[in-house]
Design a protein around this ligand. Structure first.
Ligand SMILES: Cc1cc2nc3c(=O)[nH]c(=O)nc-3n(C[C@H](O)[C@H](O)[C@H](O)COP(=O)(O)OP(=O)(O)OC[C@H]3O[C@@H](n4cnc5c(N)ncnc54)[C@H](O)[C@@H]3O)c2cc1C
Length: 414
């Protein structure tokens, strides 16, 4: 089959890889000059089934409400006249019951676990190098109260098959001796030993090269401007470089998918949630983290990536704006200096912002639509690097008419 994949982020490229493996003739279209150049560029790099919690939870409405009045660094929501945002927020609030939160978390966890397995298969097949770190992830808590809540909260993931080690400070510095400077600042931690990390941008570009060698065509620097229909089928994709046709079209446009789905009458509740990242070279190897982690109180993630450290933070509802200013990185910088003083070279740091393609439930929309030859693979949200490999395989199986290897409850497009 001739399949056109719209978008060369990590979701589009992993999809192209799985489709090519199944013997399809694949063309990928993206406006960027290379793969993973938008949200998949600067994420925290965590492959973290151990962090599959959905954002919509009974606590979330209070947090959202407070963020309207406080200039919070972790979550920023402002009163804007954006009907898409408010419609998304209403759907999000409907998912904030304990029952919905538990069901959405289980659906997310199932996809994340499967996705990590597919990632391992892909790494074994391709031998891609991407600053992989398989020492697990540390979830750090600064006080007894948040630590106890974290241990309680983790049970749902443990029941779903994730392993966690509950650590006091002595245990933490055994896992990562670089945290020795955090004595007196961290009360306890959970260590998810099976979680891992790696550079999503490096991986995706290497996988795009593998795809190219296997005959996949990439049309970069090509902006998609419209999708043509003929009855219940997609008849073509309009771009600024001309019309592209195929037997089947897969929409993997991340936060931008709703621009096209809306015109086609397809309900795709994806809204961009902005996040920020600093990447800096390691200055002092001894002081630098060996194991990635999340400061659960400040909601800042830190990830060792080869000879670099990446710090990420903030969930901000600000439409499609990807600009940033120095103050956006204050909390991430403070956490870096607080936990790993002197480890990174801020004078040579690079700064970035990207848009998480979030659904209210936190689960993506994968699969067929009301158009017989149009499939979605979008909405992987704050865990798109983790979920991409499994999402791609699930979609490829659906296109092949096979039953996906996992229960797809909560992750389908219809
Ligand atoms: C700060 C931050 C930290 C994160 N940390 C993690 C993490 O640790 N682990 C994790 O699993 N996930 C993480 N994520 C989430 C993850 O990065 C995203 O879910 C993932 O990158 C989404 O991939 P995507 O392919 O759907 O979207 P994108 O990477 O945005 O790809 C969409 C592609 O579509 C193209 N496109 C859009 N419109 C058009 C058009 N009109 N014409 C042509 N091309 C178009 C874009 O150029 C882009 O390449 C993080 C995100 C952020 C912002």
């Amino acid at each position: 089959m001739r399949i056109v994949v719209l978008g060369a982020g990590v979701v589009g490229v992993t999809t192209a890889y799985q489709l090519a493996k199944d013997g399809h003739e694949v063309t990928v279209i993206d406006r960027q000059p290379l793969a993973a150049n938008e949200t998949s560029f600067g994420n925290a790099g965590m492959i973290a089934p151990g962090h599959s919690y959905t954002w919509a939870s009974p606590k979330a409405p209070g947090i959202l409400f407070r963020s309207l009045f406080q200039r919070d660094q972790a979550l920023r929501l402002s009163l804007r006249a954006d009907p898409q945002m408010w419609s998304w927020c209403l759907k999000f609030l409907r998912n904030c019951t304990a029952e919905r939160a538990a069901a959405n978390t289980r659906n997310k966890l199932r996809l994340c676990q499967y996705s990590q397995k597919v990632l391992h298969e892909t790494v074994a097949e391709t031998a891609i190098e991407y600053d992989r770190n398989t020492r697990g992830i540390l979830f750090l808590y600064r006080d007894a109260q948040s630590f106890e809540a974290g241990v309680k909260h983790m049970k749902i993931l443990e029941d779903g098959g994730q392993t966690f080690h509950v650590l006091d400070f002595a245990g933490i510095i055994q896992v990562d001796p670089a945290l020795k400077s955090a004595r007196g600042k961290i009360h306890g931690a959970l260590h998810g030993p099976t979680d891992e990390s790696g550079d999503c941008h490096k991986f995706t570009n290497a996988l795009a090269d593998t795809c190219l060698q296997r005959g996949v065509k990439f049309q970069y620097e090509t902006t998609i401007t419209g999708i043509e229909t003929a009855g219940d089928r997609i008849s073509g994709v309009q771009t600024d470089k001309g019309r592209v046709t195929g037997d089947t079209v897969v929409m993997a446009l991340g936060s931008y998918a709703p621009f096209f789905s809306r015109k086609l009458g397809i309900d795709l509740p994806v809204y961009p949630v902005k996040g920020y990242a600093i990447t800096m070279p390691v200055k002092d190897l001894d002081a630098a983290p060996r194991v990635p982690g999340i400061d659960e109180n400040f909601l800042v993630a830190y990830t060792p990536m080869g000879d670099r450290i990446r710090m990420t933070a903030t969930a901000e509802f600000t439409g499609y704006d990807t600009t940033h200013k120095p103050a956006d990185f204050n909390t991430a910088k403070e956490v870096a200096e607080n936990l790993f003083p002197g480890a990174g070279d801020f004078s040579r740091a690079s700064y970035w912002a990207g848009l998480r393609p979030m659904t209210p439930e936190g689960t993506p929309r994968i699969g067929p639509t009301r158009y017989r030859n149009l499939y979605l693979n979008a909405g992987q949200g704050h865990m798109g690097w983790t979920m991409s490999h499994g999402s791609a395989r699930v979609l490829a199986d659906m296109i092949a008419g096979k039953k996906p290897a996992i229960d797809t409850t909560g992750i389908t497009a219809t």
